[in-house]
Design a protein around this ligand. Sequence first.
Ligand code: NAP
Ligand code: MN
Length: 268
Amino acid sequence: MKFAIVSKGDERSNKIQATMKQYLTDFNLEYNETNPDLVISVGGDGTFLEAFHKYIHCLESTAFIGVHTGHLGFYADWVPSEVEKLIIEIAKTPFQIVEYPLLEVTIRGKDGGEEDRFLALNEATIKTAEGSVVFDVEIKGSHFETFRGDGLCISTPSGSTAYNKALGGGIIHPSIEAIQLTEMASINNRVFRTIGSPLILPKHHTCMLKPLGNERTFIIALDHFSKNYANVKSIQCRVAKEQVRFARFRPFPFWDRVRDSFVADEVE
Ligand code: NAP
Ligand code: MN
């Protein structure tokens, strides 16, 4: 089995990276950054997002696991003190795989040129630096509403505890193949009216955002990176065909992670 390790880059994470690399190589596993079967992220959820995007071209054959060197993460849920146990578990391959849904975003331009297609593990957000965004929102080909406001967030179930939660979105269990659309400060008056509540769309219910009015440059963020787009004709969002695969060595139920991150008093 081939493995790679992505570190947050701080001293503590680099040390754990070095230890894991050494021990796993001693167990005759091959360190291979180009074509790994297992990617170990050491840092935080942000590091995990980086690792995911680094290996996004080989999601079908790669499994991910996260060790956190800061606070408990949603993707990085192994503590440094468990690293030795984890190394032994990894060396004992094969391991169990758990799959989570991803968001697919397709951006099409007015010039009809090439479209840009992205996958997100947490979410996509669409904002502008030029006042508010105005979109026609279509769901499954039907006009749903005309949105005007700061922006929209479209999140995956595993991303529902991130930005989506800060916007008042619901927490969705990642076994549910869905995406969630939440509003950022929608303008509601006699002219503009939006639903106000987060919308949860199942697989195959594509959501299409079509910019209206003045030509704006959009800031489209996907997980931890963002890009500017001018002359946007449409932004299409749906549950992706692809999934992310996690290597699972012990049960750590999603709701336990939610409780430990947001509700429980005792922090490690
Ligand atoms: P960051 O500014 O460090 O991320 C903000 C926080 O979100 C960090 O504490 C991060 O954990 C945590 N986080 C990331 N994914 C999560 C998840 N699935 N569930 C719960 N918490 C999660 O930037 P970053 O580390 O590059 O992460 C990018 C993410 O930040 C975006 O995908 C977006 O979800 C989130 N974000 C949130 C807000 C907000 O809540 N208002 C605003 C902008 C962006 P770590 O410290 O372990 O990295
Ligand atoms: Mn971070």
